[in-house]
Write a protein that binds this ligand. Structure first.
Ligand code: BGC
Length: 747
């Protein structure tokens, strides 16, 4: 990858948290090609002769640093000149060196920033020259004083550039690999919505949209004057600026003015916010036209769209889109605001299906899968946070580790990327064997340390318990069955023998029936959860029924029918509401619909009381909340910590919207939308529902609408797609490329 470049660093870290590594050199005439390759421990921005190269943010990206760092390549032919040239590389701590994970801990992956870069030049006469990082590179300080992912930037435009000396070299035992991801870039730009003076007298600007990004400020003021900006997702019930849920993330940017025209924005940090507070603002007035909120996320093509005749659902859809934008920042993160922003495996396991409809996420996910594979333990264990961070995601948890099977499968279904599925197959096999060997029962996963039905509301009797009331032994055993059943599909898709997994699933089902089911209902496994004093559990929960139904662990058809009926009863007993968390929620509407209760699925979907999707919409949410009731009915907060207003997990309800309400699903033997089924479940309350997916084959559209003549269905099928349409009146038709319209009676 590198011909001559060495890793360089500076030991003058006290003088400069954001060093500039500089190389000046003379070029004679005739340059015809010049490329720079660069990577770093930390983040870097590259400048040639004072000009920023490219517009990607946060290079070299977040990877499993102990194993690999990505190398970017830039064509700089047009930026170099005959005569004197200067290459500057500005660095910051980023993920590798800065504060990351729980608490205020830094230096997880490296004690200091390190850079490795080289300029490869070819001239017209074929001569080549390579200038790589070595001891001759200068180290300087500049105007970027500090830049921390969680804490924000400090920029001092009055600071003089100071030469600290020359770089030191070092050895690093890490693979340098080509960048396999997609660049993080500035995306939407939002003007301020309004200026608020809060009851506390704070100057607050509302941008009207929660997002991940940063605020750009263009000002001209007195040299040495200072601007300090804090960020928040919400205001408290009194209307004051609220930052406690950011926990240890300071999320504050400080700018010292040059005296000329200044454009300020962070360089190696971003914030999750809807509001900013001007903690220090050196002007009489706040000219809103000089302040812009800039969304920052990985470059992805938008591929999905949805609209219906129910405004609150349309808003929920927009919130899901913003949830994805905010948490697809180089890796799939849990949230963009507090001191986490990590690759929680459970969250993407839940959301990937929806994400892959909304946007083309293939390349983005492929990069993350490399790290998922690299970080799998020898014994097959898959972490809860990838790339791993020493003080987060310690548990090897069911539904989190299952991301290693579910996610590659979902990506394959969406994009028909067989090579990626093949590349992940050994990891998937190892995860299955990990579960297979985990407990004392060969075909169940008993014991272990899990996140349970994370944040389910049925743990309400014991609010400090976040794992919900469903026994984790049952969840873990059910997910073991689910992943094994997917492995059978994966094996078939790859032309491999699937009998091992088919048999294993039947054995899991038997063991599950023997240990967890009595008289057709779930019972407690007495040994682990039930004895736990810290985590009270129940045998019968909505989530346990949902999992048994979704993963096909019921004994026979009669049991399936009875369990579905029981689920409906339990929802009724809970005031027509769910009590499910991260694990049960993604499937509850699907399970109801599949079992003949589509109307009840819609009831939950349109429910206004918490726990429900519309509860947050009614409270002005512009993204999906981590907790159903992050802000409660009375305006108070669910809690002061772990209360994000921008978690995508519950946005996974759009998997049901596309897959069951509109009814469009990809068949396992027709990945990439080559073969789909369309089984619409219209509901009058929505009036109409329309979805469009720009598949790799072309545009696929599905719509139903309530009309005077009945329910009308419109479809556009792309070339290369075979669809089997099943209408509610029982008609079944095969559709190939073209446009279709049908009408059924409105019963
Ligand atoms: C994260 C979650 C994550 C969970 C693990 C939280 O702090 O924000 O989304 O999955 O921990 O249970």
């Amino acid at each position: 990858m590198f011909k001559t470049a060495q890793w360089i660093y500076t030991d003058k870290t006290a003088e400069s948290a954001c060093p500039i590594f500089r190389k000046s050199f003379t070029l004679s005439e005739g340059l015809c090609n010049a490329k720079i390759r660069a990577t770093a421990f930390g983040m870097y921005n590259l400048y040639v002769n004072g000009k920023r190269v490219g517009d990607a943010l946060f290079a070299p990206g977040f990877t499993s640093y102990p194993n690999r760092v990505q190398v970017q390549e830039y064509d700089v032919t047009d930026l170099l000149q005959t005569g004197e040239n200067t290459v500057d590389v500005l660095c910051g701590n980023g993920w590798a060196v800065g504060f990351l994970g729980r608490g205020n801990t830094n230096h997880f992956f490296s004690e200091h920033i390190s850079l490795r870069a080289e300029i490869n030049m070819t001239s017209a006469d074929g001569k080549t020259e390579c200038i790589g990082t070595d001891e001759s590179w200068q180290v300087l300080t500049g105007t970027l004083v500090e830049s921390e992912l969680y804490h924000g930037d400090i920029v001092d435009m009055t600071a003089e550039e100071t030469l600290l000396g020359t770089a030191l070299t070092e050895e690093r035992d890490v693979a340098t690999v080509p960048d396999g991801g997609v660049p993080v870039r500035e995306q939407e730009r939002l003007a301020p919505f309004k200026l608020i003076i809060t009851p506390k007298g704070e100057k607050v600007i509302d941008f009207g949209q929660n997002l991940a990004g940063y605020v750009e400020v263009r000002v001209k003021g007195k040299r040495g004057d200072k601007i300090v900006i804090s960020h928040a997702e919400v205001l408290d019930s009194d209307g004051n600026f609220y930052t406690r849920n950011l926990e240890l993330a300071r999320a504050q940017n400080t700018y010292i003015l040059s005296g000329g025209e200044d454009v300020f924005k962070p360089t190696f940090s971003y914030q999750g916010y809807r509001y900013i507070r001007l903690d220090e603002w050196p002007f009489e007035e706040v000219d809103l036209s000089c302040i812009t909120s800039v969304a920052v996320y990985s470059e992805m093509k938008r591929t999905g769209n949805f609209l219906c005749g129910y405004e609150k659902i349309n808003k929920l859809y927009q919130n899901t889109i913003w949830g994805q934008r905010s948490n697809f920042v180089d890796i799939p993160t849990d949230c963009p605001q507090r001191d986490e922003r990590l690759g929680w495996t459970g969250d993407i396991q839940v959301f990937l299906h929806t994400a892959a409809i909304n946007y083309d996420v293939e390349r983005f996910m492929r990069k993350w899968f490399v790290d998922l594979r690299l970080e799998q333990k020898e014994n097959g264990a898959v972490g809860s946070v990838v790339p791993g961070v020493a003080n987060r995601g310690e548990r090897t948890s069911t539904a989190w580790g299952d991301a290693s099977v579910v996610c590659p499968w979902e990506l394959y279904l969406a994009y028909d990327c067989k090579d990626e599925l093949e590349a992940n197959y050994p990891m998937m096999q190892k995860w299955i064997e990990y579960m297979h060997n985990a407990g004392e029962e060969e075909y169940l996963w008993l014991g272990g340390d899990h996140y349970g039905d994370w944040l389910a509301s049925d743990a309400i009797l014991c609010p400090e318990v976040r794992e919900g009331a469903t026994q984790t032994d049952l969840i873990a055993s059910a997910f073991f069955g689910y992943s094994v059943s997917l492995m059978a599909k994966v094996s078939r898709a790859l032309g491999k023998d699937a009998t091992y997994y088919e048999d294993m699933f039947l054995k899991i089902k038997d063991a599950f029936q023997r240990i967890f089911m009595k008289d057709g209902l779930p019972v407690l496994y007495p040994k682990y959860d039930a004895l736990s004093t810290t985590r009270p559990v129940k045998a019968l929960t909505q989530t346990s029924l949902v999992l048994i139904l979704k993963f096909g662990l019921y004994k026979d058809e009669a049991e399936r029918v009875a369990l579905a009926k029981k689920l409906v009863e339990m929802i009724d007993e809970n005031g027509g509401r769910m009590s499910t968390g991260f694990v049960g929620t993604p499937y509850i509407l699907e399970v109801l619909t599949e079992n003949g209760y589509a109307d009840r699925a819609y009831d939950l979907f349109l429910q206004e009381q918490s726990p429900s999707w519309i509860f947050s919409v009614n409270r002005g949410a512009t993204t999906i909340w981590e907790h159903w009731d992050g802000i409660k009915e009375d305006g108070s907060f669910w809690d002061h910590c772990k209360n994000s207003f921008n978690h995508y997990a519950y946005g996974s309800v759009f998997e049901w919207v596309y897959g069951m309400a509109l009814g469009v699903r990809v068949c396992p033997d027709g990945a990439g939308y080559r073969k789909i089924t369309i089984t619409p479940h219209p509901d009058r309350r929505l009036g109409f529902a329309w979805g469009r997916i720009d598949t790799r084959l072309g545009t696929l559209e599905a719509k139903w609408s309530y009309q005077a003549e009945g329910i009308r269905y419109d479809y556009t099928i792309p070339t290369g797609c075979e669809a089997t349409l099943t209408l509610p009146d029982g008609r079944v038709m095969n559709l190939t490329a073209g446009n279709y319209t049908f009408v059924t009676e409105d019963k």
